[in-house]
Design a protein around this ligand. Structure first.
Ligand code: 13P
Ligand code: SF4
Length: 335
């Protein structure tokens, strides 16, 4: 056993990933391709990943597409180039498969904003309400949820619930407000937000729109109402991408995480995509969690099959019900 292998066997560095040196002369694209074949592994990537990770993925998608793919794949190993809640969802849907995440610290501010013990107490105050949770939650929170949703199917999920049934919606208050407006349902909202989507500057976007009068503003529903109100189109990452392909406009201001621009530019090379500016000078429309994954960490995690997502059996058994319910309703709605 080499030193590298013994470190890998003993477990992870405290950083949440395999902190081993990678030979800089290796062609990581080729190595990852080889590992995928050798191990019958599938690489799923979210649109917010770095472009090089997107380019080597077997499937790139939004949260709904990724969970649908995780539920149906026949691969033995699912390598998740995304964040922790997405890999947990894959584990709940495919408990007998090995689910790998290149960096366990790739979390989500929305999932962090809704800790299960606090939410449990909150829920007790509304005993006649059912809980709809955005999929951006921990596995444990899903055990307290009746139906999950993503930004692709949230409207259909809410509309599938009888009108006289009161609802708690968690954890994204911006998506929640958008859904209240869109469906006319008066839901109890949890007060969480995405650190990337709440940082767009209304003032800077307004100025950008004035400088680019033909550009259409497209926004993810995790953005604040003030941005959504002026958007020409609101949708999930897949929804936004499809809109840029089918719409006649040639210029778009994109109010979501900047990783999606890679697919937009690939699919419509003749069009121009401007990332919506954040309210300060940092690159805050890059999600710091999503961007923890690198090609090197991906290679190491596939080589040593670590870090792996492990969940208690009761969490899988209880939590998967809310995801299965979401997938059933989505299928019926043709999503
Ligand atoms: P979708 O990919 O479902 O649009 O969600 C965006 C997101 O924030 C994922 O973390
Ligand atoms: Fe979470 Fe926002 Fe990052 Fe998506 S972009 S993973 S919602 S922090």
């Amino acid at each position: 056993m080499t030193a590298e292998m013994s470190i890998a066997k003993r477990g992870l560095s405290k950083n949440g990933y395999l902190n081993l040196e990678v030979d800089p002369t290796l062609d990581l694209f080729e190595e990852i391709k080889k590992l995928k074949e050798e191990k019958n592994a599938i690489l799923l990537a979210h649109y917010y990943q770095d472009s090089e990770i997107q380019d080597i993925a077997d499937y790139i998608g939004d949260s709904l597409g990724l969970s649908q793919m995780a539920a149906k794949t026949e691969a033995d190993i699912i390598v998740f180039a995304g964040v922790h809640f997405m890999a947990e969802t894959a584990k709940m849907l495919s408990p007998n498969k090995k689910i790998l995440l290149p960096d366990l610290k790739a979390g989500c501010s929305l999932a962090d904003a809704c800790p299960a013990p606090v939410f449990r107490k909150f829920k007790e105050k509304y005993p006649d309400h059912i809980v709809v949770s955005y999929v951006n939650t921990t596995a444990e929170l899903k055990t307290l949820t009746d139906i999950c949703c993503t930004s692709t199917n949230a409207v259909q999920i809410i509309e599938s619930i009888p009108k006289d049934q009161p609802i708690i919606f968690a954890p994204d208050i911006n998506l929640g407000r958008y859904l209240v407006k869109k469906t006319g349902r008066n839901m109890v909202l949890w007060n969480g937000a995405c650190m990337v989507h709440e940082i767009f500057s209304n003032e800077k976007i307004t100025k950008l729109m004035l400088r680019h009068p033909n550009a259409k503003l497209i926004a993810h529903p995790e953005c604040e109402s003030i941005i959504l109100e002026k958007a020409h189109f609101i949708g999930s990452t897949t929804g936004l991408l499809n809109f840029t392909i089918s719409d006649e406009a040639t210029e778009f201001i994109v109010a979501t995480e900047a990783g999606i621009l890679h697919q937009m530019e690939k699919r419509s090379p003749q069009k121009t995509f401007l990332p919506a500016p954040p309210n300060n000078t940092c690159a805050c429309n890059d999600c710091p969690h999503m961007k923890l994954n690198t090609l090197e960490k991906l290679y190491l995690c596939m080589k040593y099959e670590q870090p792996e997502i492990i969940l208690p059996d009761w969490v899988i058994k209880e939590g998967v019900k809310s995801i299965d319910r979401m997938l059933e309703i989505s299928e019926k709605a043709g999503l």
